[in-house]
Design a protein around this ligand. Structure first.
Ligand SMILES: [Zn+2]
Length: 429
């Protein structure tokens, strides 16, 4: 269905725009960017585009984009699209599954409108989400999915009560295993269900039912078994939820592709990560969200205790040269404010350009999609955002969804607050 739309999509010319390509640290002002079908066709100095040679478009939409900045569509590499931060407790047990699924429709839409054209869901969304988004049934980012978190008995993904009743039944429920063999089977099971990533709980977490962030998760041999099997099955990689120093170190040594949270990472592990090229997804939006006074008291206290130390360790991490990727933990953090993470990354030490790269080109590389998206380059898919703020001087401004004036996904204008594109200033070529 989308293929036909692409074939008939008008050619789009963004004239005299400033380009931040997500790779080069400095912006390129005065560019004409031509989008044809679902691709970026050309990026040239303003006025030098030879339109008649540009595949003779039947229709051409032109946006006079002087004063606007064009960036790659962003990635949020740690979301839970089917989870709501405002959900009632135990709703995954008590609510019908259709309600939980449909509740994610406005969340997905808000995510795309915030400038996120690609996302990695690290538990909750199943392959139906990915396919519905691909087919265009729902307005939202393209998804890579992990389905569920693989956890040891009693670990971060084990939400059975003492009586055995599961508190996280449904598609995103944790998969519990013990021993390398059992984790191989659990890996195969999520791959069977369509996982792009295998997610594991290498430590407890801030929201664990009974484990502190510092407590252990999978052992080294269990993690190695998952990493080996995941590679054998050809998935993108293994993502390790890891908050305490020891668990982070074990996961990195086992060869996971990304460390999620990484709150208490120590210096020697940072060095390991640098050497191995392990990605860090620090989820600062979740870490810095207000500590709710009405949450369970042990969680509130745990979070207060950890937050200050975590911010110190992550500021060391972000200036250590490890590959940092933007991820918010939206679902725990609110949906639709995803790019507020950029300002937090800058506060902890990234330059604005590096924070933008963390949300675009570096994220695409982590997801093994850099031949397809993550930069503004001729030949790549036209996933683009247009803003009227200058992100290099005011990165915080980009976090306001209204600052994202236009979102283009696969060459289609899916959000437009300018008067230029949506009004369809079309003319015969
Ligand atoms: Zn998460």
């Amino acid at each position: 269905m989308r293929q036909d739309e692409h074939a008939n999509a008008p050619t789009l010319l963004l004239r005299n725009v400033t380009v931040i390509d997500g790779v080069t640290p400095s912006p390129a002002p005065g560019r004409d960017v031509l989008v044809e079908g679902d691709r970026i066709h050309a990026i040239v100095p303003t006025g030098t585009l030879n339109l008649p040679t540009a595949a003779s478009p039947a229709r051409l939409r032109i946006l006079e984009a002087g004063g606007y900045t064009l960036l790659p569509g962003f990635f949020d590499c740690h979301v839970h699209v089917s989870t709501s931060p405002d959900a009632a407790r135990f709703d995954t047990v008590l609510a019908p599954e259709s309600l939980l699924t449909l509740r994610s429709v406005p969340a997905l839409s808000a995510t795309l409108d915030a400038g996120i054209t690609s996302a990695r869901d690290l538990a909750g969304a199943d392959s139906g989400f990915r396919e519905a988004l691909e087919a265009g049934y729902v307005h939202g980012p393209a998804l890579q999915i992990a389905l569920r978190i693989l956890s040891i008995t009693g670990g971060h993904g084990d939400w059975r009560t003492v009586s055995g009743m599961p508190l996280d039944s449904g598609p995103g429920a944790g998969a519990v295993a013990d021993s390398p063999d059992e984790f191989v089977r659990a890996t195969r099971e999520v791959v069977r269900q369509g996982a792009d990533w295998v997610k594991v709980a290498a430590t407890g977490g801030m929201t664990s039912p009974r484990r502190a962030p510092e407590s252990g998760g999978l052992t080294g041999p269990e993690l190695s078994a998952v990493v080996t099997e995941a590679a054998r099955q050809g998935v993108v990689g293994v993502a390790a939820h890891a908050q305490g120093a020891a668990g982070i170190a074990t996961a990195v040594r086992a060869g996971v592709r990304s460390i999620e949270h990484g709150y208490l990472v120590d210096d020697s592990t940072l060095q390991d990560m640098g050497e191995r090229g392990t990605y860090l997804v620090p989820t600062l939006s979740a870490l810095t969200r207000p500590v709710s006074a009405d949450g369970p008291p042990h969680l509130v206290e745990q979070r207060r205790r950890l937050r200050e130390t975590a911010l110190e360790r992550l500021s060391v991490a972000l200036t250590s040269g490890v590959r940092v990727v933007l991820g918010t933990d939206a679902g725990i953090a609110p949906h639709g404010g995803n790019l507020r993470e950029l300002e937090l990354l800058v506060r902890l030490g990234l330059s604005p350009a590096a924070a933008i790269a963390a949300g675009t080109s570096v994220a695409a590389r982590m997801c093994r999609l850099d031949d397809e998206v993550g930069s503004v380059r001729a030949g790549l898919r036209a996933d683009l955002v247009l803003t009227d703020v200058d992100p290099l001087t005011d990165i915080a401004a980009l976090g306001e969804p209204d600052a994202i004036r236009t979102v283009i996904q696969g060459g289609r204008v899916v959000k437009d607050l300018t008067s230029g594109i949506g009004a369809g200033r079309e003319r015969a070529a």
